[in-house]
Design a protein around this ligand. Sequence first.
Ligand SMILES: Nc1ncnc2c1ncn2[C@@H]1O[C@H](COP(=O)(O)OP(=O)(O)OP(=O)(O)O)[C@@H](O)[C@H]1O
Ligand SMILES: [Mg+2]
Length: 401
Amino acid sequence: MNHFSIIQALCRAAIADASPAARKQIERLRDALARDGDAKSAGALSALLTNADRTRELAPSRIERSKSHLQGENLTRNTPVPVDRETSAPLADILFPSDIQPSPPLFNATVSAAIETIIEEWANYDALSQIDLRPSKTCLMYGAPGTGKTRLALWMAHRLDLPVVLVKLDGLVSSFLGTTARNIGNLFTFANRHRCVLLLDEFDAIAKVRDDPQEVGEIKRVVNALLQNLDARRDAGFTIGITNHPKLLDPAVWRRFEVQLEIPRPDFGMRKAIAAHFMPPIEAPDSHLRLIAWFTEGATGAEIESLVRTYKKATALRDEDRRGLLDTLRQFATLNAARIESERRALLFDDSANLFRAMKSDPILGFSMADIGEIAGKDKSTVSRQLGRVARSTEAEGSDG
Ligand SMILES: Nc1ncnc2c1ncn2[C@@H]1O[C@H](COP(=O)(O)OP(=O)(O)OP(=O)(O)O)[C@@H](O)[C@H]1O
Ligand SMILES: [Mg+2]
């Protein structure tokens, strides 16, 4: 759609006041776009609505004021990024708030509240200063791959309206260990000179090479450089570190971070919310979202996103025929064998009556006959007959023995 970015900005401004009328019109626009086949724009509006539901936008003036407490030059798209002297490869990517997806990743209430606290502290910089306190300036996020850590860090920078200096430490350490300490120094100098969030992703890369006996002396120098630079940056700006392997990190590195935030795998409710988040513009019945959440016990947000993508493709191709969910789940269970809880996985390939019975009896799912019918593409009396047959044959087996 022409000029969609302006329309999107208008919608964002309108919904910031939380007016029900604005919300209604944005929903109308989203539905109309979806009907016209403009899935991308409809998805962007859905994300905007979800975002408005989940987060109370901080007033821009408060964020502006908190930003002004960060010293330094403004980064622009023309600012030269430091490079490795030997290879000339850039040492960081710069992302601006407008490059970052504005909708937040979804976490349970405890994690969301913790994140909100950090952002609130920045928005209330003045009030904290009056009692001689500063907002948290260093945050370490850790958790399994695909739980949304990088997306969360970028989104926090977006909320603070600051550009991100994104450093992938695994790339930095790589085969040029001899120059790593110097590269780290150059990067921190660059980040400290500008107003930004410094994001150190794949933090464990440094710890991993520590075990290489040939590199002991060198890696000590690298860890020391990192510690010194983290200390020197304390008052210069906000730093986020991310790792999948917290146990590999040097205790001295851990201590440098004021906030240590564990990003958990999503529980049933969050898995359902994540499935719903990635679903637009396809509208899935609630029973489908619940079943997706049920079968993805132990999975991460990234895995649910990929399952939903498969489901959407299948639904779009099959049009009105909704029976595709079980096929999609079977496909997912085959390709992600180790990630799905084994009993639930076995059920998918079992006799359908046994599967329906397990669904019917699980209180978390809370399925009615009609829900099961919706999933199986059968009417509810056919489903009850099938279930009745299983119940009878189980009773008969019981009396035989
Ligand atoms: N809680 C979540 N809410 C919404 N989306 C999520 C969530 N968790 C993961 N995702 C989606 O999964 C994908 C991967 O997320 P991300 O890259 O942030 O994970 P990560 O924790 O940084 O993984 P890794 O440790 O492998 O780098 C993204 O597309 C993101 O949108
Ligand atoms: Mg990541």
